[in-house]
Design a protein around this ligand. Structure first.
Ligand code: ADP
Ligand code: ASP
Ligand code: MG
Length: 418
């Protein structure tokens, strides 16, 4: 029989702190101080922590030195350790302040995922242990980003996945709110580190937030937004550095901005590359072989040109965009396939970025696309690729033009005004 969840009258919050928020001893002490105050105010709290800033990258880099083709299972075993450092340190900092606290791995909590190492999905969270700790007045401090699969293997949820851990715990515990504490004051109209005129939104609708997250606004992991909407978890993004109300991700269609302003934000995705393969993609078999290769390597691509077999156009050129970090892996694989596929020359263009205007009802508005191209043109920025949908207008540009492009678009679409 599960124990009673909340102490009567007290609210339950799941609070997630990202890498920068626990990135040093000073930051851990500052968060511990904040949690202690809230505990003294009678709040019930479950913490979810990321690894200290830079740690997960450091662990991936170590693996790359040993074996650039390390198995996903071993990578997960390795990179899941980053979070175990921060949770133990936080527990020590709270205990020193007289707060009962306990650090817990995904296995100890029983965060069940599927077996997709490196990009696992949470399927179920057991709450009995957490509930018993809460009932005993203990603050559970859970390692973000990790879970266990049906075989008991350690899995991780993909970069930035601690957000999803927090939302999944909040859903399972029926918390009053899931609070994502980070290094900015909430969700802004665009990345405030790219454009200082970006404006914090008091509220943003789930659909626009999800689109922003999918298109690169890393303030929330897309899975966490999807999960929160599905399980109706009240979700808020706040700063761990300063007080404030942050941004509430809102259900329904009541986002702060009215339909009069169709474009609600600008999302950015950096470190992309385009790959063009010249020649001889003139049969569907070769095209399928390329797609098979991408699937095998789990490489997501965008803007892939459709297969066009024209007898009068022997170029058979295929181009697509992928993460720059995946280019070498793909080239290695293509080298192997080169003979059987009879590949032509490859053209790689690195340092590309994608800029997306995000909102609602955008596709029907050709004027928006014209305006976007005009704004970029005035800045002598060349839009290399374009795609549109109901909720976004995306373009690919040179990464060196990114700041200029975002500032010009943000200004032109008046996103700095309420
Ligand atoms: P954490 O380590 O706390 O998980 P992240 O680095 O994953 O933090 O996410 C926070 C960062 O997201 C901010 O520092 C900011 O640069 C970036 N960001 C991108 N787009 C936005 C946006 N629209 N609003 C707020 N932050 C954004
Ligand atoms: N530590 C992991 C990462 O750096 C997960 C997270 O921070 O959410 O991606
Ligand atoms: Mg993050």
């Amino acid at each position: 029989m599960p124990q009673k969840r909340k102490l009567s009258g007290s609210k339950l919050f799941v609070k997630k702190f990202g890498g920068t928020s626990v990135g040093s001893i000073e930051r851990i002490e500052a968060v511990a101080e904040q949690i202690t105050k809230s505990a003294h105010n009678g709040e019930q709290q479950v913490l979810v922590l990321s690894a200290m800033a830079g740690e997960t990258n450091r662990l991936f880099a170590l693996a790359a030195q040993i074996n650039p083709r390390a198995s996903a299972r071993e990578l997960d075993m390795l990179v899941s350790t980053g979070e175990q450092v921060s949770i133990a340190l936080m527990s020590m900092a709270l205990q020193r302040r007289g707060i009962k606290a306990k650090s817990l791995t995904g296995d100890q909590v029983q965060i069940h995922t599927n077996s997709q190492f490196g990009r696992a999905s949470i399927e179920r969270v057991d709450t009995e242990y957490l509930q018993s700790l809460l009932a005993d007045g203990v603050v559970p401090i859970v390692a973000g980003f990790q879970g266990i699969d049906p075989q008991g293997e350690v899995t991780t949820l993909g970069r930035g996945g601690s957000d999803t851990t927090a939302v999944a715990l909040a859903a399972a515990l029926e918390a009053d709110e899931c609070q994502i504490f980070t290094d900015v004051a909430g969700v802004f109209t665009t990345d405030p580190n790219i454009d200082s005129s970006a404006r914090r939104l008091d509220v943003i609708g789930f659909d626009v937030m999800l689109e922003m997250a999918k298109l690169g606004a890393k303030v929330l992991h897309p899975d966490s937004v999807e999960y929160a909407e599905r399980f109706r978890v009240p979700l808020r993004v706040l700063s761990s550095f300063e007080a404030g109300q942050g941004t509430l991700i809102q259900f329904g269609d009541e986002s702060e901005l009215t339909i009069a302003s169709l474009v609600q934000g600008i999302a950015i995705n950096k470190a992309l590359a385009t790959l063009t393969i010249e020649g001889l993609f003139t049969t569907s078999e070769r095209y399928q072989a390329l797609l098979g290769c991408l699937t095998r390597l789990e490489i997501d691509v965008e803007f892939i040109s459709p297969l066009r077999i024209h007898e009068d156009d022997p170029s058979g050129r295929v181009s697509f965009m992928l993460a720059e970090a995946k280019v070498d892996t793909l080239l290695n694989e293509l080298e192997g396939l080169s003979e059987s596929l009879a590949l032509g020359p490859l053209i790689i263009e690195r340092q590309r970025a994608k800029v997306s205007l995000v909102g609602k009802g955008l596709q029907a508005k050709m004027g928006l696309l014209t305006k976007m191209l005009e704004v970029l043109g005035n800045e002598t920025i060349h839009a290399k690729l374009l795609t549109t949908s109901e909720s976004k207008l995306s373009t690919v540009i040179d990464e060196r033009d990114l700041h200029k492009a975002v500032r010009a678009l943000h200004h032109a679409f008046e996103l700095n005004k309420v």
